[in-house]
Structure formats: C-alpha cells, structure tokens
Write a protein that binds this ligand. Structure first.
Ligand SMILES: Nc1nc2c(c(=O)[nH]1)N[C@H]1C(S)=C(S)[C@@H](COP(=O)(O)O)O[C@H]1N2
Ligand SMILES: [Mo]
Length: 319
C-alpha cells in the first residue's frame, strides 16, 4: 500500500482535532445558553476550517454504489470518539492510548474449513484487491451514530481467496492479544481477545467490508488499524477491530458482548428500532455533530440489501 504512515497523520492531527471537538461542544452548549449567533464569532478559524473542509468537501476517489449521500462525520470526530476497550472504556481513551499498538508487521491467520489456510502477511491479503470508498452509516448500540467513509474491500474477496469448504457455516474473527500494547487487556472489562462472528451469508454479503482506511487515509490505530471489519446493518460492536485471525467454522462462534452479557447482546445484533435494549430504547439515535435525535432505520437503512437473509426468523428472539 502506498499510504502515508498512520503515525504521520496522528501526531500532527490528533491534538487539534480533540481540541476542536471539545471547543465545538462547548460552543454548541454556550450557543444554546445565550441563544446568540455571537458565540460563533469566537470559533477558532484556523482549526475549524481545516476539519470542516474535510467532511464538507471530501469526495470519494473510488465510490461504490452503496455510498450514502448523507453528510459525513468530520474526521476529527471519527478519530477521537471511539469504542476500543483494549485502550480504555472512555470515548477519548483510544485516541490517547492506541499509539502503543504495533501495526507493522501484521499477519492474519486464516484457519478452519478452508482449502488455503495460512498465516497471511497483511500485504498479501490487500494485494490485488481493488480498494473502494464505502460511505456507511455506523450505529452504536449505545444510541449514537456517524457517517464514515471507509476505505476497504468486500470480505467476500478474501473468502474467495482462501476457498472455504462446504463445512464452513460461520466466520469467526479475533482481535490481536497483546496486553503490553493494549493496556485495557489487563483489565477484566471483557474477556480477551475480543471475538466476533458472522453467518456465512452475512460474511458474503456485498456490504460486508474489510476496512484498511477512512477518508482515503490508512486507519488510525483507534479505529482498528491496520484491518477491521465493517458490517453497517449491525450495531457497531460487530465491527471488530485490529483483526489477527479469521476462522471458518461449523458452529455459531462466541462473540465478546454476548459472552459479557447474553441478556443484552445476541449473536445477530442487527440494528432494529423495534427491539429495545433491555435498559434503553433503540428507536432513535443521535448523529454525532447533531443536536436533535433522529429515527433509527430498520437494518440501519440497509434493509433492501440484507432483509432477505433473515426472512422467517423471529428478530425478537434472534436479536
Ligand atoms: N477489538 C475491538 N473491536 C471493537 C470494539 C472494541 O472495544 N474492541 N468496540 C466496538 C464498538 S462498541 C463500536 S461502536 C465500534 C466503534 O468503531 P469506531 O471507534 O471506529 O467508530 O468498534 C467495535 N469494534
Ligand atoms: Mo458500539
């Protein structure tokens, strides 16, 4: 890949981005408090213009037919408001702490019911795959959402490459386990490594992406560098980050949030505004950067592409 190094982007941009977000939130609150446009005159022009430009003017170099035309979430928000418990449980922990993750060299072990099991170097996985900009809605089970321009390739391209046999019914994924690099793994907040899984038809669905970048740049560590899953019709926790192992298996695999709390998190975890989380409603979401909540769409707006995979299933039982 001929990317600019992630570290180059991070060191120069993280601090102003984090600053920008906090100032913007502060301004939003003060604007409400004093109900005056005057508040905006104190916007830090140098910072806000750089990052406003990113989301307002950025255009995909390699668009796909799946791209939403909704307003993009700014790069600064996508890279400073994260869930990545390997680096802490607060939203700003990953941006502060994920620099310790070593992302090169990186290998992905492919195992189980496949004709070509191997420990693949990341370059050999990405080589020959046409990268696309996939502008997807991203809905966290906690009730916030973003619009993220991922860069990646369909998981089905990797599946074709490794040739699963007919015994493969599910795909299981694992995040790197390295407590010295990922200090959150020294805590008991989840069982480690983080694991996730998809049914084979879900894995083969053309929407299912292996992402290696966002906004046309390599993934920052806090967003799951160097390679992560993106399943846009499911709650965000299905989109496992920093993957080191992909196994083709016969039985439904364990998943981290189901292991942590099976009453609250099932295997499927499809976005469904009609099935509430036991502790909160899922009918609405707050798009990061917006003040008013909006209605959550069935399958996060991807029903046309995915609903048929679940026909005949009771989505209240298979939540
Ligand atoms: N390994 C790992 N993957 C993970 C998580 C995590 O804690 N560890 N958090 C998940 C959750 S809850 C969400 S919402 C998304 C967040 O992705 P983002 O930070 O790139 O927006 O990553 C998912 N993938
Ligand atoms: Mo999430």
């Amino acid at each position: 890949m001929t990317f600019k190094k992630t570290s180059d982007i991070l060191s120069s941009e993280i601090t102003p981005e984090a600053l920008y977000r906090h100032r913007r939130e502060f301004l939003r609150n003060s604007a409400i408090a004093i109900a005056g446009a005057a508040a905006y005159t104190v916007l830090p022009q140098n910072i806000s213009s750089v990052f406003a430009q990113d989301s307002k003017t950025w255009k995909p170099a390699h668009p796909s037919t799946f791209d939403t035309t909704e307003e993009l979430t700014p790069y600064g928000d996508i890279t400073s408001y994260n869930n990545f418990y390997e680096f802490g449980v607060d939203k700003d922990d990953p941006a502060r702490n994920a620099g310790s993750l070593k992302t090169s060299p990186w290998t992905v072990a492919v195992a189980g019911h496949v004709n070509k099991p191997a420990v693949y170097h990341l370059d050999d996985i990405v080589k020959g795959k046409a990268l696309e900009d996939r502008v997807y809605r991203h809905r966290c089970v906690e009730g916030w959402s973003m619009v993220i321009p991922w860069l990646g390739f369909p998981l089905s391209n990797l599946i074709d490459m490794v040739e699963p046999t007919s015994a493969a019914k599910y795909v299981a994924f694992e995040t790197k386990f390295a407590p010295e690099e990922m200090p959150g793994q020294k805590s008991g907040v989840l069982q480690w490594p983080y694991v996730e899984g998809l049914r084979m038809d879900e894995a083969l669905n053309p929407l299912t992406l292996l992402a290696v970048g966002l906004y046309g740049k390599p993934l920052p560590n806090q967003d799951g560098a160097p390679i992560r899953l993106v399943v846009p019709w499911k709650y965000g926790f299905k989109s496992i980050k920093s993957i080191v192992k992909i196994s083709f298996v016969g039985d439904q695999p364990a998943t981290s949030w189901n292991l942590a709390n099976s009453n609250e998190y099932g295997f499927y975890s499809n976005v469904n505004p009609e099935v509430d989380h036991p502790r909160w409603s899922q009918s609405h979401e707050r798009r990061i950067g917006e003040f008013f909540r909006r209605k959550t769409q069935m399958f996060n707006g991807y029903a046309d592409q995915v609903a048929s995979m679940y026909s005949g299933m009771d989505l209240r039982k298979n939540f």
